[in-house]
Design a protein around this ligand. Structure first.
Ligand code: ZN
Length: 419
């Protein structure tokens, strides 16, 4: 057996509700060999003592757009969601064709520095789909598709399938376990017709592809779906996208269900405005909801129903969304935001959404999200401030900082050059 690496720390948090005081984790190649407490075995390889720190499962960012990482601070504060979308489209038009490799690379570095080991990334332009497989972070990368005209759906699907098939060569290319999985993302009910939703679902059936859509994000979206009016109707008409479109007269999730596409698991991003009927629709599926707390606040939405969804047993994961509507790509910052704004919310629940919840949402729960022997060694180390409080509360303190990030046993961020 080749030498292993053992990380020792004041706390190891292998999974929900378990805290090992004075714990250690032994890593061999890309996988976790053993987790324990007390003195680690010194005869198996190097042992590094991390001191007053917590070793936790790597954080999972269940929704982001790394291609927009160059837009931090460049979008003026919008009056509405459609105005914000208009700003993004105008920005991209001005820079038409410019590859976004640097933006994606920046997004990956920022993620790793903040303890995120897995991202669910939406690729609109195809740039992230092209370069993300070569970057040392675990990723489920979704190709975004848009089409409101049924006659054009087959053409759109053909192009998308070609782009996704280019990923096959990249699988396993980075290390001896694959850090890459893929998905398909019909953008949103206001940009995807029923034929597109169903086409994506049929293509994904029986494969490892996961489906994702932005849904129930704004009241304008609800109005557009139910009445065919409002700011989306104005914007999409100006973009000549409404040829042949008829409003279905339903709430967004009723619409998605009516397309026949909701049979398998979906990553339902946002779900900011859910009717009672729509909550029941989610309950009947194996889908997960992604809540993006600070992006939600940026747009000034009303209270998010995530606590009710959790009570009903619906899996909720956390996302940062992009730097065009957020200050950072840090899931730890999202966790701190929730801790500050929901004092009654158990910090264990917050970390569970940020780790196990994210892994489950991305259908990667057999590989990551917990620190269990045999699972892949995706972890983050958080240096703790001294003082009172549980380890969870101390990890959420503003002075706590990520000092080490490891993906499949490989060190991807090392603040103090410990390795
Ligand atoms: Zn998004």
């Amino acid at each position: 057996m080749t030498d292993t690496l053992t990380l020792r720390a004041a706390y190891v948090l292998p999974h929900r509700d378990k805290v090992i005081d004075g714990g250690w984790i032994e890593i061999g190649g890309p996988r976790i060999v053993e987790v324990g407490n007390g003195l680690p075995r010194a005869d198996r390889g190097r042992v590094i003592d991390l001191g007053n720190a917590a070793v936790i499962p790597g954080l999972v960012n269940a929704h982001t757009h790394l291609e927009l990482s160059d837009l931090q601070g460049k979008i003026p504060p919008p009056k509405s969601f459609t105005q914000w979308l208009g700003h993004i489209l105008a920005f991209r038009r001005r820079e038409a064709g410019k590859p976004l490799d640097r933006a994606v690379e920046k997004g990956v570095s920022l993620s790793l520095e903040s303890g995120t080991t897995t991202v669910a990334d939406i690729s609109s332009t195809g740039d992230s789909l092209r370069i993300l497989p070569n970057l040392p972070i675990r990723k489920r990368v979704f190709k975004e598709v848009i089409c409101l005209e049924p006659d054009k759906v087959s053409g759109v699907m053909e192009g998308t399938i070609r782009e996704l098939s280019s990923l096959k060569n990249a699988v396993g290319a980075y290390c001896d376990v694959s850090l890459l999985s893929a998905g398909l993302s019909p953008h949103a009910p206001y940009t995807a017709c029923p034929k597109l939703y169903l086409g994506c679902a049929l293509f994904a059936q029986g494969s490892d592809l996961l489906l994702c859509t932005h849904i129930c994000e704004t009241l304008e979206e609800v109005e557009f779906l139910r009445e065919g009016t409002g700011s989306f109707a104005i914007m999409l008409k100006a973009l000549n996208m409404l040829e042949g479109w008829r409003p279905p007269g339903m709430y967004p999730l009723e619409y998605l269900k009516s397309t026949g596409a909701l049979k398998g698991p979906w990553l339902l991003v946002h779900c900011n405005y859910l009717s009672g009927k729509e909550v029941k629709i989610i309950e009947e599926t194996t889908s997960s909801v992604v809540y993006c707390p600070r992006s939600h606040r940026y747009f000034g939405h009303s209270e998010h129903p995530f606590q009710d969804l959790l009570k009903r047993g619906i899996n909720v994961a956390l996302g940062t969304d992009s730097l065009a509507s957020n200050q950072s790509l840090s899931i730890l910052d999202e966790a701190r935001f929730l801790h500050e704004n929901y004092p009654g919310l158990d910090p264990v629940e917050i970390f569970s959404m940020a780790t196990e919840g994210g892994a489950k949402a991305l259908r990667l729960e057999e590989k990551i999200g917990r620190l269990i022997p045999g699972m892949e060694a995706d972890l983050a180390v958080i240096e703790l401030p001294s003082g009172e409080g549980t380890v969870y509360e101390r990890m959420l303190a503003p002075e706590a900082r990520v000092i080490l990030t490891m993906v499949a046993g490989r060190v991807c961020y090392d603040r103090y050059s410990l390795m």
